[in-house]
Design a protein around this ligand. Structure first.
Ligand SMILES: C[S@@+](CC[C@H](N)C(=O)[O-])C[C@H]1O[C@@H](n2cnc3c(N)ncnc32)[C@H](O)[C@@H]1O
Length: 261
């Protein structure tokens, strides 16, 4: 059973992000010394978009990864940012308008039940969001479902820092200082939830394994800055591979007719 601090019911999570939305960007950039911006930019470099095919950013919040991908694609592709928190989406829309990103659209949607047909997007990404989804496995399954065959599923998420001196120093900052500064500026306890939720969420090989179980292939991951955050990438199998896999599965489970006595 989860503690009240780690209660990830949709209502609580939506309310929490609604309450911290006005100071969300400021705190992100201050608490990470702007490194969060670099991580999103780096994500678009390591998994660059093609000039064709829409991109979906799940749990988009104030839209930073959606806009980073839009920029990386030279403004040439349609990008959709989806989130269930209307306060975050309002800020995302304002940001997109300021950047004249007319082909970036924001929609209110639950990541566990995306309102998109299967096999749509060249890239389906999520930054610091998967961990907050009530049933993150369902969220991951939805990301895989809407990705096009051979499309990329991209997850940027906090991870447990390495045991190096810097890693341990960061851990102390993350658990002791960040929550207090976060609470002071936002007036909300959400920043106590942040380290607690990171510490209980799978990272590294464990999350990569979850991605394979969700049906992704060629899964790889790359830690950033003493493993403070990690980028995970997997490819949705092509249509022919999917057909082969499903035939093999059917054959494996087929009940063979019993030989007549
Ligand atoms: C930590 S913020 C990340 C925002 C943004 N991706 C970023 O990089 O800053 C997590 C976001 O996930 C959203 N979220 C959490 N659970 C969700 C769900 N089930 N469906 C849609 N959005 C969800 C929250 O509303 C919040 O905006």
């Amino acid at each position: 059973m989860s503690t009240p601090l780690l209660d990830k019911s949709e209502t609580r999570i939506r309310r929490m992000f609604g309450a911290i939305a006005p100071t969300y960007d400021l705190l992100n950039h201050v608490l990470s010394c702007n490194v969060d911006r670099y991580w999103r930019w780096k994500t678009t470099r390591l998994v660059p978009p093609a000039r064709k095919g829409a991109i979906l950013d799940v749990c988009t919040g104030t839209g930073d990864l959606a806009l980073a991908y839009w920029r990386a694609a030279g403004g040439q592709v349609n990008v959709i940012g989806a989130d269930f928190c209307s306060e975050m989406l309002s800020l995302a829309r304002r940001k997109a308008a300021r950047k004249r990103a007319s082909n970036v659209r924001f929609v209110q949607a639950d990541a566990q039940n995306l309102p998109f047909a299967a096999n749509q997007f060249q890239i389906v990404c999520v930054a610091f969001g998967l961990r907050n989804i009530s049933d993150y496995r369902r969220g991951l399954a939805e990301m895989v479902r809407v990705a096009q065959p051979t499309g990329q599923v991209v997850i940027l998420e906090f991870s447990r820092p390495s045991n190096s001196l810097w890693g341990r120093l960061y851990c102390w900052y993350f658990r002791r200082i960040l929550p207090c500064v976060g609470q002071l500026i936002s007036g909300h306890s959400a920043y106590h939830y942040l380290p607690a939720s990171v510490l209980e969420f799978p990272d590294g090989e464990a999350l990569a394994q979850e991605m394979r179980q969700a049906g992704l292939e060629n899964v790889w991951f790359r830690p950033f800055a003493f493993r403070i955050a990690t980028l995970y990438v997997g490819t949705k199998p092509g249509a022919s591979q999917q057909a082969r896999a499903s035939t093999a599965a059917t054959q494996k489970h087929q009940v063979l007719p019993r030989a007549m006595p």
